[in-house]
Design a protein around this ligand. Structure first.
Ligand SMILES: *Cc1c(COP(=O)(O)O)cnc(C)c1O
Length: 362
């Protein structure tokens, strides 16, 4: 069989392993996990690997991804991380739990939940300082009071999201604050919050160092499961695989060339006048991959190849005097941004690999 290029090789075994280790680690202090599938475009096989690794909840920001997983027979509690007013009907029909911050949207969810005679469960997101989604703590009680008046909606928890937009660290103080809010809400409204969701892959350091997780009993993990790292310093987490995803493409040009452009200087294809280093004559290779496929800055080449620059469809590398014949394969590790973009590119084939042989292709 001729290998498809470019391709993203995905190890389901490694994803399952990472999920199992993380479930055990966080479980030691009473935290259960939701596996976050959004970076994989809701790939059903990857969601199944997470479930086999021990998660019972799959969370995604896109309803389309959740529909795709359900249609493919993935069996889990599905959680929607980002709820849009216009999708309220589909949310009620497809999702077990949705994250919410707007009354107008929850009213719409209530309307459709009543129409379809179901109870829709929500987690209310609280603004803890990172300034992406969330209700300010000062507005929280009024919000909950109004939601409790809506039929067919059940508040099952609260949560927060940090280290995403504003770069605010999930630490003991933030987690204590969220815990206190949970206690106060339960006291004030005589309800039970079964889920207090403290964050994402950025919560690792807090978790390792804290004596008490207080009320936090849930985290939503994407990157830690998929790439084996935490996201404050992007350090690898012990015992996890960090390259369950590898991007492979082929050399389409391999030549000795000068390292400085020659001719009259102008802007390049992306509107900048490049400043380049003179390395003399050296060996350059071009690979069949470009900005349309992947976030270039997220790629780490294997061997000692070095990315010099890129355009829509080409990446130029210094081969550091490796032969790199035309048609040979070049391999990269990816970070989260690269994973997102590579999963989205229609030009990159996704291929599941076992430890020694290919098990399935999609
Ligand atoms: C994407 C997302 C996550 C997962 O984040 P990771 O850093 O990949 O663990 C968790 N919660 C919310 C609300 C998200 O949007």
């Amino acid at each position: 069989m001729k290998a498809l290029l470019p391709r993203l090789e995905i190890s389901l075994f490694q994803i399952q392993h990472n999920t199992r280790i993380l479930s055990k680690l966080y479980g030691e202090k009473g935290i259960f996990l939701m596996g976050v599938s959004k970076a994989t475009l809701g790939d059903p096989a990857i969601a199944k690997a997470m479930i086999q690794g021990g998660v019972k909840f799959i969370a995604d920001s896109r309803i389309e991804n959740i529909q795709k997983m359900k249609n493919a027979g993935v069996s889990a509690q599905f959680v929607l991380l980002r709820t849009a007013l216009s999708q309220a009907e589909a949310v009620v029909q497809n999702v077990d739990i949705s994250f919410n911050t707007e009354l107008k949207t929850v009213r719409e969810l209530s309307y459709y939940a009543r129409t379809y005679r179901t109870l829709h469960r929500i987690i209310i997101m609280v603004e803890m300082g990172d300034l992406r989604e969330g209700i300010l703590p000062s507005d929280l009680f009024q919000f909950i009071k109004e939601v409790l008046g809506l039929p067919n909606i059940k508040i099952i928890g609260i949560g927060c999201n940090l280290a995403c937009y504003g770069g605010i660290k999930p630490n003991n103080q933030k987690m204590c604050e969220l815990s206190k809010l949970a206690n106060a809400i339960e006291r004030e409204f005589q309800i039970n919050l079964e889920i207090v969701s403290g964050g994402n892959s950025a919560n690792y350091e807090w978790y390792k160092s804290t004596q008490k997780v207080e009320r936090i009993n849930n985290l939503r993990l994407g990157e830690s499961i998929l790439l084996g790292c935490e996201t404050i310093n992007r350090k690898a987490i012990p015992d996890l695989y960090t390259n369950a995803f590898r991007l492979i493409t082929e050399v389409i040009e391999s030549k000795e060339k000068p390292s400085l452009p020659f001719g009259e200087i102008c802007q390049n294809a992306f509107g900048v006048t490049p400043i380049l280093l003179d390395r003399g004559i050296h060996h350059r290779v071009i690979i069949a991959l470009g900005r349309q496929d992947v976030l270039i800055s997220s790629l780490s080449p294997k061997n000692d190849l070095e990315i010099l620059g890129s355009s829509s469809d080409h990446i130029v590398l210094d081969s550091n005097n490796h032969a790199c014949e035309v048609g040979s394969e070049v391999e990269f590790d990816l970070d989260y941004g690269g994973l997102l973009s590579a999963m989205t590119s229609p030009f990159i084939t996704k291929q599941f690999v076992g430890s020694s042989h290919t098990v399935a292709a999609a």
